[in-house]
Ligand binder design. Structure first.
Ligand code: FAD
Length: 457
C-alpha cells in the first residue's frame, strides 16, 4: 500500500488540515510525524511556557489520531534527518507539510526538499494552513509586500477563501514505525502558574464559546483591560490547533461589528507575516531606522529589571508585566503600553523587550512579536513613529475603575477607583501598602530624553 508522511509543525490539529487530507487521498496509509527540532531548542526558542503548551497539543493530537485508528509519531533531532529516516522506514513516496513564510522555515524546507528528492521522494508544501492569505499573494503595484496595514487589509478582505476541510474519519498508520512518548507538561518546572491548557479540543471549545458569547461585544470591549474581553486564541493560532481560515469563515458567518473587528485583528497576523517573509532581517534589525542610540543594557540595567519584574512604580505597566509572569500571556493593550514604556519612556532598545516577551509568552511568535515591538518603538510600520503612551492616561481610559491594576498589584488594593493609577499623589500615598516602589522615572523626564534622542526638540 502507498504511504505518505505528514510533517506537523505549526499546525497541530486534525480539522481543516490540507496536508493531512492530501496525504490520505486515495486510501493511502499516513505517518503523522512531529519532530522536536533540536535547532529550535539550541536557538533558545523552546522556552518553558511554550514547551508546556506544545506538550498538551501533541498529547491531544495523539489522542485524536488514536480515535481515528492511528497515532502520532514523535521524534527528536534534526528535522531533515528525522523525516528522511521515517520516510525510509515507512517506504513513503510523498511527504506533506504546511508552508511557513519565516526564513528559518524556508531554509528547512529547501534542505528537506533536496534530501528527499535525492532519495526519490516528493515534498508537497501546502499554503493557507497557518495563514489566511499566504505571504506574497497580495502585493501593492511597486513592492513585494505591503508596509501599511489599511490598504493591505482591503486587498486581504477581497481575497477568496478556500472552504475549511473536515477532519478525516480514519487515519491508518503503518505499525512498524517507532515513536517516542509524546512529552508531558507534568515533567516541566518553572511554568507560569496560570498558563492556559493547549490542544485542539481545548482550542475548538474556546473558539466555539468565543463566537457564541464573546465576539459580539469585541468592537466595544476589546480594550477594556479588566473585562478581559478578547478571544485568548493567540496560542492556539500560534501552535495551529485552530485553523485561521476556519476561524475567519466562522467569524464572518457570525456577522456584526464585533466579528468584523475581530477578523480585522486576525488580518494583522498575516500582515506581519508578509512583512517578515519579504524582509527576514526585520526579526533583528530596524525595519525603518530612526537613528536611535539606545541606552546600553548596562546603563539601563536597573530600569530593565524593574520593568521585567513589574515594579516600575507605574501601576498599569506593573500590572501588565505581572499578568505575563503569572499567565504567560498579556492583554494587547498591556503589550502596547509596556512596550512603549520600555522603548520610549525608558529609551531601551526594542530587542531587549522583544527577547523578554519571547522568553515568557505562550503565544510568543517571531513575526507578531518582533514586528509589534518595532511598531511600538517607531522603527516598524506605524505611521506615527514618535507617539508615546502615557501610563496614567492609559489607565484612566482602559482601566477606568482600576480593577485590572488591583487584580495584579495587591499593594494597591487599598486605593479606590481610578486613583489606583496615581498612587504617589499626597492624597493617595497613605493607602499604598509597603513594598510598592516609587516611579523609576518621571514621565516628563522620559519624554524629553526620547524627544531629544529622536531630534524632535
Ligand atoms: P484578540 O484580540 O482576540 O485577537 C484575535 C487574534 O488576532 C489574536 O489571537 C492574534 O492572532 C491576532 N492579533 C490580534 N492583534 C494582533 C496584532 N497586533 N498583531 C498581530 N496579530 C494580532 N501576538 C502573538 O500572537 N504573538 C506575539 O508574540 C505577540 N507579541 C506582541 C508584542 C507586542 C509588543 C504587541 C504590542 C503585540 C503582540 N502581539 C503578539 C499581538 C497581540 O497583542 C496578541 O495577538 C493578542 O493580545 C492575543 O490575544 P487574543 O488572542 O485575545 O487577541
Amino acid at each position: 500500500m502507498s504511504v505518505s508522511v505528514v510533517l506537523f509543525t505549526g499546525d497541530l490539529r486534525l480539522h481543516d488540515h490540507p496536508p493531512l487530507c492530501a496525504a490520505a487521498e486515495g486510501g493511502r496509509q499516513v505517518v503523522p510525524l512531529f519532530v522536536r527540532d533540536t535547532a529550535v531548542e539550541r536557538a533558545g526558542f523552546a522556552v518553558t511556557n511554550r514547551t508546556a503548551f506544545l506538550a498538551d497539543c501533541l498529547r491531544d493530537l495523539d489522542v485524536g489520531l488514536r480515535e481515528r485508528g492511528g497515532r502520532l509519531i514523535v521524534r527528536t533531532g534534526d528535522v531533515v534527518d528525522q523525516v528522511c529516516a521515517v520516510a525510509a522506514a515507512a517506504d513513503a513516496d510523498e511527504i506533506h507539510m504546511a508552508a511557513d513564510g519565516s526564513a528559518f522555515a524556508h531554509r528547512r524546507e529547501e534542505r528537506l526538499r533536496r534530501a528527499l528528492e535525492g532519495e526519490g521522494r516528493r515534498l508537497h508544501v501546502h499554503d493557507t494552513v497557518t495563514t489566511v492569505v499566504p505571504p506574497g499573494t497580495v502585493t501593492p503595484a511597486a513592492s513585494d509586500h505591503f508596509a501599511v496595514f489599511t490598504p493591505y487589509f482591503r486587498r486581504w478582505s477581497e481575497h477568496r477563501l478556500r472552504e475549511p476541510l473536515r477532519a478525516p474519519r480514519s487515519v491508518p498508520v503503518p505499525d512498524r514505525i517507532p515513536s517516542e512518548e509524546p512529552p508531558s507538561r507534568a515533567r516541566l518546572t518553572g511554568l507560569a502558574p496560570g498558563l492556559a491548557a493547549g490542544g485542539e479540543r481545548e482550542g475548538r471549545k474556546r473558539m466555539t464559546a468565543w463566537l457564541r458569547d464573546g465576539v459580539l461585544d469585541y468592537a466595544d470591549r476589546h480594550d477594556d483591560l479588566a473585562a478581559d474581553a478578547t478571544s485568548r486564541l493567540s496560542p492556539h493560532l500560534h501552535f495551529g490547533t485552530l485553523s485561521p481560515v476556519e476561524l475567519v469563515h466562522r467569524a464572518r458567518r457570525t456577522g456584526g461589528p464585533g466579528a468584523e473587528a475581530f477578523v480585522r485583528q486576525l488580518a494583522w497576523r498575516d500582515f506581519h507575516r508578509q512583512v517578515l517573509a519579504a524582509r527576514p532581517g526585520a526579526a533583528t534589525a530596524d525595519y525603518r531606522t530612526r537613528g536611535d542610540h539606545w541606552r546600553s543594557e548596562d546603563e539601563a540595567r536597573g530600569d530593565i529589571e524593574a520593568w521585567q519584574e513589574g515594579r516600575t512604580g507605574y501601576p498599569l505597566v506593573d500590572a501588565a508585566m505581572r499578568q505575563m509572569r503569572h499567565e504567560g500571556w498579556m492583554h494587547n493593550r498591556g503589550r502596547l503600553l509596556t512596550a512603549s514604556f520600555l522603548t520610549k519612556t525608558l529609551y531601551v532598545d526594542w530587542r531587549v523587550g522583544a527577547r523578554h516577551f519571547l522568553r515568557l509568552l505562550v503565544d510568543g511568535d517571531v513575526a507578531n512579536n518582533q514586528l509589534n515591538w518595532q511598531w511600538v518603538a517607531g522603527t516598524g510600520t506605524d505611521s506615527r513613529p514618535h507617539r508615546v503612551l502615557n501610563p496614567v492616561a492609559q489607565g484612566r481610559r482602559y482601566d477606568p475603575d482600576g480593577a485590572y491594576v488591583r487584580r495584579w498589584v495587591p499593594e494597591l488594593a487599598g486605593l479606590r477607583g481610578p486613583s489606583v493609577h496615581e498612587p504617589w499623589t499626597s492624597r493617595n500615598r497613605d493607602a499604598v501598602a509597603a513594598g510598592y516602589p516609587e516611579p523609576v522615572i518621571g514621565l516628563r523626564e522620559g519624554l524629553e530624553r526620547f524627544e531629544r534622542a529622536r531630534g524632535l526638540l
